[in-house]
Design a protein around this ligand. Structure first.
Ligand SMILES: Nc1ncnc2c1ncn2[C@@H]1O[C@H](COP(=O)(O)OP(=O)(O)O)[C@@H](O)[C@H]1O
Ligand SMILES: [Mg+2]
Length: 247
């Protein structure tokens, strides 16, 4: 049975429980609070775009979701369970995987070596290479090249390949588009859309809304450490025009 047939069979009786949820989350750096009660819910198998200008708190929110940053108030929930204080390792074990702003690859290792580092999660290097090179053939051609010497788009493909090595349930992408040519950005988001169609749940933080809105299922607008609006991509796009120029 194909995905579409399965979905057609199933009547959506109730809203599915969010896979990842932030309820009134507060967090900061030292004495300075930067998240002032953030509410956000990522539904399974969907893409949620977290939009807003620089400094609004998107990256902090992403780090909170990945267990990389402590919260000082509210609740972080995974599949309905409160997981406040979870470590990054435990978040990863629950299936949460993140690509940080700046991609988080090893520039002084080759493409192959970068994939090899990701084998710690159980898959063999051969399996990871097979998956990565069939998804992004250019990575296969660059397998022995230092990651830092590749183009921004190729580095982002490598970052995505590494992230997918863990077979995550939730993927957190922070500023995927940063420093990339528009055509590469839409190519990357096309790949992300395919992953979502395959069941992955994705939270994307983007300063430049235009890149991600076309493939998003829902969107949230973050300003000054608060989510001030959530809705369909169309609704949020209209808000963006009012509140700031979202690219
Ligand atoms: N490591 C840090 N130390 C102190 N303040 C930080 C740090 N990282 C971010 N901030 C502050 O937190 C706020 C939110 O930043 P951030 O989460 O990076 O927002 P965004 O990703 O939307 O640009 C900003 O005011 C920023 O200056
Ligand atoms: Mg950021």
């Amino acid at each position: 049975m194909t995905m579409t047939e399965q979905q057609a069979d199933r009547e959506p009786v109730t809203e599915p429980e969010p896979l990842l949820e932030l309820v009134d989350v507060r967090a900061g750096y030292g004495a300075i609070e930067v998240l002032h009660g953030v509410n956000l819910a990522l539904k399974p198998g969907s893409l949620l775009a977290l939009l807003g200008p620089n400094g609004g708190g998107k990256s902090t929110t992403m780090r909170v979701c990945a267990g990389l940053h402590p919260i000082t108030g509210g609740e972080l929930r995974y599949a309905g369970r409160t997981v406040n204080g979870i470590s990054a390792q435990d978040a990863a074990r629950l299936g949460v995987c993140s690509i940080p702003e700046g991609r988080g690859i090893f520039p002084n290792l080759t493409v192959r070596e970068n994939l090899w580092v990701a084998t710690g999660t159980g898959a063999t290097l051969a399996e990871l290479e097979e998956k990565a090179y069939s998804r992004f053939p250019v990575l296969g051609r660059r397998r022995n090249q230092l990651a830092g010497s590749m183009s921004g788009g190729e580095q982002q493909m490598l970052a995505l390949s590494r992230a997918l090595a863990t077979d995550p349930a939730v993927l957190l992408l922070d500023e995927l588009s940063m420093g990339l040519a528009p055509m590469i950005v839409s190519q990357m988001y096309q790949t992300v859309a395919e992953l979502v169609a395959g069941g992955l749940s994705v939270l994307v933080a983007e300063q430049f809304a235009r890149a991600v809105l076309p493939i998003a299922d829902s969107a949230a607008l973050m300003l000054h450490g608060r989510v001030v609006a959530t809705g369909t991509p169309e609704e949020i796009e209209a808000r963006l025009a009012d509140d700031y120029l979202g690219g």
